[in-house]
Design a protein around this ligand. Structure first.
Ligand SMILES: [Zn+2]
Ligand SMILES: [Zn+2]
Length: 290
């Protein structure tokens, strides 16, 4: 078998394959040796090969003994995920971990037979739920759905394979979340009984990130902010105009929303209380469009 045929076959499994599968497809051991000698194939470990183009984390998973899985696989599929350490590897129900230098892999042993490569989005989502919890699952699930990576059948399969206590997450998920941040904030606010709308245009203010309960504006500065003083100047103006219209603007940075939610939540609840009190008085001259 020529390298072109071997490469085409391996491309279907993300550039990595077991020798047994290549031999079963018609390659000979001498073909594999010849390709390795020419640098067209890399031998990762006994019986596992990679194309030179195979991605680093896919190789690591294959060296470790399985397929790229869970959060690592979702990242590879282009799905938005919360931060997580390590290369997550599916070893199959009875798979064996292979020692290798600088191993910081996180093993998964859910049932099935793992082959080198990248697990499907649906399987990776179920793995993520068990590994990283409800919030990590929910944001990734909504992202995958929005990206068109989940068919109705896949969504049903995921629901069936989740722990019973997590199935409600599939039931409340939506296919139109603008960002992972929106998914996360909506899930957390939903637990408090607070409704949310994302990317809402307000005349005189501009398009705001989120409106809560129709009156509280929640703005979240991006992961990276290089705008400095001019952005701060603009934001102060926006907040002042929002207040003048009867909204309560709250502004946090991305890390605060992700990692210091208790502060954000306390501010939102405080703003609701303030609004409750304020609604006892007539507001003169305020135009509300929400
Ligand atoms: Zn994991
Ligand atoms: Zn490892």
């Amino acid at each position: 078998m020529f390298i072109d045929e071997i490469a085409a076959r391996m491309a279907r499994t993300d550039g990595v394959a077991r020798a047994a599968d290549l031999l079963a497809a018609g390659a000979r051991r001498s073909d594999l040796r010849r390709c390795c000698a020419a640098g067209q194939l890399h031998r990762l470990r006994e019986g596992v090969y990679a194309l030179p183009t195979a991605l680093e984390d896919v190789r690591t998973a294959a060296v470790h003994g399985g397929a790229l899985a869970c959060v690592s696989a979702l990242r590879r599929h282009g799905v938005w995920v919360l931060d997580a350490d390590g290369v997550h590897v599916w070893l199959g129900g009875k798979g064996r971990r292979h020692a290798h230098p600088q191993c910081a892999c996180v093993g998964h042993w859910d049932a099935g037979a793992a082959r080198p490569g990248v697990v499907s989005v649906a399987r990776a989502l179920v793995q993520l739920a068990g590994c990283q919890g409800a919030e990590a699952f929910f944001v990734a699930y909504e992202s995958a759905w929005r990206l068109g990576k989940l068919t109705g059948r896949a969504r049903a399969w995921i629901r069936d394979h989740l722990d019973a206590g997590m199935r409600y997450l599939v039931d409340i998920a939506r296919p139109d979340a603008d960002s992972g941040l929106e998914s996360l904030v909506r899930l957390r606010l939903g637990r408090l009984g607070i409704s949310l709308r994302a990317q809402v245009p307000i005349e005189g203010v501009g398009t705001v990130d989120f409106i809560l309960d129709g009156r509280i504006i929640l703005e979240v500065d991006g992961r990276e902010n290089h705008d400095g003083e001019s952005k701060r100047h603009r934001d102060l103006g926006r907040d002042a105009r929002a207040l003048a219209l009867g909204y309560i603007p709250l502004r946090f940075d991305y890390a605060q929303v992700l990692y210091e939610w208790s502060i954000v939540e306390a501010a939102i609840l405080g703003a609701r209380e303030t609004l409750g009190r304020r609604s006892l008085r007539p507001v003169v001259g305020a135009t509300r469009r929400v």
